[in-house]
Write a protein that binds this ligand. Structure first.
Ligand SMILES: [Zn+2]
Ligand SMILES: [Zn+2]
Length: 375
């Protein structure tokens, strides 16, 4: 059961908008998490007050609440916003704390640090070429990555040691400026400090005020068995450090599977072609086939047709997601000899007689035959 909103803010039912606003401000400052670190009860009170103010501070919602209580607010669009965290609350109500004439109560209480946005660092991307064999067994790489790291001299502040960034005079450190429009107001990024809330008057000599320097570092990357072309591996925190001490981005390693001499890949299956002779295809044979793990022996059954596909179970890629291993699919290609020994020719002619098939009486070169054709 939710508590009564008027009770939460400690105001009378007939309180004016101004009184409600003041009461909320008082509650919010009292229970603010920065003032009560780790105090869950205070955080609960803080959110409760924000919810109460969301309703009582809005004429329409307040009137619904007055008539129907909490039940009246549960309909679509009318309910409280369901704040999930403290920053949500600030993004909605920040305007009643900041700005206005003179230093706000907020700044007085919390040291004027404001709520300027901390910018996270950029993600980095690296392409990692690997072979079929490495993708099959998994592998390891040491990547030399040039990334931006927090400047050690100024510890990321960008200010020359011994100096402090100056609080922005336009936004008073909040990083945003607002224009009133009725009860609420429109806010935008402060044009003077570009949202940082402060200005560096004496920049750090090592980083030029950016708070970051470049560093070439080795990043260790484990590549699991079964990766595909395009598989992305995220190394958390190995991207650029954020400017002015913001949290680092990530490194995204993108796998590029190099083309293979024999193999092609489709999902976890491996395809290859295998040339066999007419006699092997007709009579059947045991042949050696290259596989991801080296080679394996495969039976070509008697009577195999050219183009037929034979399956070697479990000789494909392992699955990244722990499913069954892929297969190797071998396309049998019957090769016709380009040159015959005398003995081979004799045997084949004998074969042709048995098959009652017409064959050329003498072997001609292609150009000879072409000449004959035109004559
Ligand atoms: Zn620096
Ligand atoms: Zn500013």
């Amino acid at each position: 059961m939710s508590r009564d909103y008027y009770e939460i803010l400690g105001v009378a039912r007939e309180a004016t908008v101004d009184e409600i606003k003041k009461a909320y401000k008082k509650q919010a400052l009292k229970h603010h998490p920065d003032k009560n670190p780790g105090d869950a009860e205070a955080e609960k009170r803080f959110k409760e007050a924000a919810e109460a103010f969301d309703v009582l501070g809005d004429e329409q919602k307040r009137s619904t609440y007055d008539q129907f209580g909490h039940a009246g607010l549960s309909g679509a669009g009318a309910g409280p916003r369901g704040f999930s965290n403290v920053d949500d609350i600030f993004s909605v109500f920040g305007d009643i704390f900041g700005g206005g004439g003179g230093g706000s109560i907020f700044e007085d209480l919390f040291g004027g640090s404001g709520r300027a946005q901390v910018q996270p660092g950029e993600n980095l991307r690296a392409e990692i070429p690997i072979t079929f064999e490495e993708a099959s067994t998994g592998t390891h790489r040491e990547l030399a990555v040039t990334r931006r790291v927090t400047c050690g001299t100024c510890e990321g502040s960008g200010a020359r040691p011994g100096t402090e960034p100056e609080t922005c005079s336009l936004c008073r450190g909040v990083g945003q400026v607002q224009q009133s429009q009725g009860f609420f107001s429109i806010r935008s990024v402060c044009p003077q400090c570009r949202g940082e809330g402060s200005r560096i008057t004496s920049p750090c000599a090592d980083c030029g005020g950016e708070g970051r320097t470049r560093l070439k570092e080795d990043v260790s990357l484990d590549i699991p068995a079964g990766v595909q072309d395009g598989t992305r591996i995220r190394v958390s925190g190995a991207g650029n450090a954020g400017p002015r001490g913001g949290p680092p981005g990530d490194l995204h390693a993108v796998i590029r599977l190099e083309a293979h001499e024999f193999f092609q890949r489709h999902e976890n299956d491996v395809f290859c072609e295998l040339p066999v002779s007419y006699s092997q295809a007709a009579l059947g044979a045991k042949v050696e086939v290259p596989t991801l793990g080296g080679k394996a022996s495969m039976s070509v059954p008697a009577g195999t047709q050219s183009g037929e596909i034979l399956r070697m179970r479990g000789q494909g890629f392992p699955s990244l997601h722990g499913h069954r291993k892929g297969d190797q699919l071998v396309k049998v290609v019957v090769e016709v000899p380009k040159k015959l020994s005398e003995e081979q020719e004799t045997i084949l002619r004998r074969l042709a007689e048995l098959e009652e098939k017409e064959v050329g009486t003498k072997r001609h070169s292609f150009f000879e035959r072409l000449k004959n054709y035109f004559e």
